[in-house]
Design a binder for this molecule. Structure first.
Ligand SMILES: [Zn+2]
Length: 187
């Protein structure tokens, strides 16, 4: 049975399982998009980000991009994954972002209270035990958010594929205050 959600009411975290299994969240998304498109005027934006910046960050639901950075749609590329970690796929996207779409600066943002701090690489073994197959990817969990931001910036600066590595900075976003704190790359 489909459950309808009023447009004004965002799903709460406790709704996640029920909503996902009923498909009602996706029904809501489809309906909301029809309304959005009804009022949509083509802003004639370029695919090349106007501010020439790429943000690499966590998929965390509490980080509102691009608003939290004072940017707008069309200004930036946004690469998100669990933790905002520098995987091969992030390098792939950044390489395309810089070489094909003209971006130059990279902002790496981790955040307080990240779920990746509650996991360890044991997660990978537990997964293998459960499904009988070891995932090809590393979990990329971390304990110290500052250490991981520093390591992420370093991974980018030493990548042979990127065109521009001179303006890469790392931050931690505080999900309770909305404030970014810069991580000193030198420790
Ligand atoms: Zn996170």
């Amino acid at each position: 049975m489909a459950m309808s959600i009023p447009a004004s009411q965002a799903p709460s975290p406790s709704d996640d399982h029920a909503a996902a299994s009923s498909g009602s969240v996706i029904d809501h998304i489809v309906e909301a998009n029809a309304r959005y498109a009804g009022e949509f005027a083509d802003p004639e934006l370029s695919a090349r980000p106007a501010k020439k910046v790429t943000v690499v960050t966590c998929m965390d639901a509490r980080l509102n991009l691009p608003e939290a950075l004072g940017l707008e749609v069309g200004d930036l590329h946004t690469l998100r994954n669990a933790g905002g970690v520098i995987t091969d796929d992030v390098i792939r996207s950044l390489t395309i972002s810089q070489r094909a779409l003209g971006t130059r600066s990279v902002v790496v943002i981790h955040h307080t209270g990240c779920g990746m701090q509650t996991l360890t690489e044991d997660f990978r073994q537990e997964l293998a035990d459960e499904v009988g197959q070891r995932p090809a990817w590393a979990v990329e969990s971390f304990k110290d958010v500052d250490v991981d931001v520093r390591q992420s910036v370093q991974r980018l600066r030493t990548s042979p594929f990127l065109l521009h590595t001179d303006d890469i900075r790392g931050f931690v976003f505080d999900v309770t205050t909305g404030l970014l704190r810069e991580v000193d790359p030198q420790n």
